[in-house]
Ligand binder design. Sequence first.
Ligand SMILES: *Cc1c(COP(=O)(O)O)cnc(C)c1O
Length: 470
Amino acid sequence: MDANVRLRDIPSVDDLLRLAGVVEAIERFGRLTVVEVLRRVLDRIRDAVREGGDVPPLDAIVAAAVAALEADNRSTLRPLFNLTGTVLHTNLGRALLAEAAIDAATAAMREAVALEFDLKSGKRGERDDHLRALVCELTGAEDATVVNNNAAAVLLVLNSLAAGREAIVSRGELIEIGGAFRMPDIMLRSGVGLVEVGTTNRTHARDYRDAIGPDTGLILKVHTSNYRIEGFTKEVGARELAAIAHERGLPLVNDLGSGTLTDLESFGLSHEPTVSEAIAAGADIVTFSGDKLLGGPQAGFVIGRSAFIERINRNPMKRALRVDKIRLAALEATLRLYRDPDRLSERLPTMRLLARPQADIRQQAARLAPLVEQAVKGTVHVSVIDCASQIGSGALPLATVPSAGLALAPPSGSGRMLAELAAAMRHLPMPVIGRIERGALILDLRCLEDEVGFVANLARLCSPAEGSSS
Ligand SMILES: *Cc1c(COP(=O)(O)O)cnc(C)c1O
């Protein structure tokens, strides 16, 4: 049969629209979308037939269309299993929210809320009122406001307090955070001149004192959250720096980055300066993130002396950087959990995950190993290993937490098979993201709480070879 004859056998879009499978697809995806996908599928068949192929049976055509519709309809912002071993992974969305925060955010999405409305007086209220008292109680600050993220907090503070003037920063603290946040660039955009003092490894009190002049607007201290300078080093502590600033009537701004509200030593980690400590040390303004160690949604806190917070709130930039009701609700509920420190590690996922004992994770790894072995159908070797988790998001950059997990190693360390295995894991209905290390795919189980879901998901694993073709 020649191609022209076979082309006449291809069904029309109208023929297909009458089929039960397609009627069902219209219910799910809408008529317009279904028609468009059917056209696409039929075009492909036409091309294949011209090249000598056969016309597939009707049910195969419908199945192809439904598969294409499902693939198109899948969100790219999908939930996944973070088995990278980095608890606060910036590229995987940082902190997981507490149930209380999720409930509060959901309620704020579904209903009207008293966002800028004072229920007592019936008059206009302020967005910041929902957090101010709670933040001040937990940190010892006089006043507080919150914006989109900590980068926005730094930008807003610098612009409000020192635009057209200079800020003094140690050369050891001119950090770059991933995603193009570089302190010198932020300062430039905030309209503040950068005055660098000291050297990369050593900055002295006299370096700051000598740099203060008529154009100085503030002194900025930046927590070197994602790196450490070790060896022959010297930095001026927050308390001494506050004294130097105040001698000359200047504010000290301390960008803490992660900004933990609890002492991490109680979780067996090393000490990270807390927000309360930064306030107690005399900083006039302290900034920190909402979705790092604090364990809430993305946000940037600006806390400190009322007079400065008032100036910050009057800056029109504040309006452009403010947070919405959903995040305010989640932040408030998250902060409330800190009132009961004894149950924090139970209720706040970030703390719960960081606090998981290695022995628990080892047991989980031993339980899962045979099931994972089954899912990979013996194509790779599965073993239980000890490994080290990281906090992530630039908190305690050198600290690791003893953890455990599974190592999936292809025979003879085949790099191609390893890449295919990682791809197959990413193509699961709920993608599984591990890390590749020394010829194996490592799944650090510290952040795996839904074990049943993980096992059910894994049953859908294609063999690595199949996975690579999709
Ligand atoms: C993470 C970090 C920032 C940026 O905070 P985002 O909330 O990610 O915008 C700024 N400064 C320091 C020191 C940080 O660690």
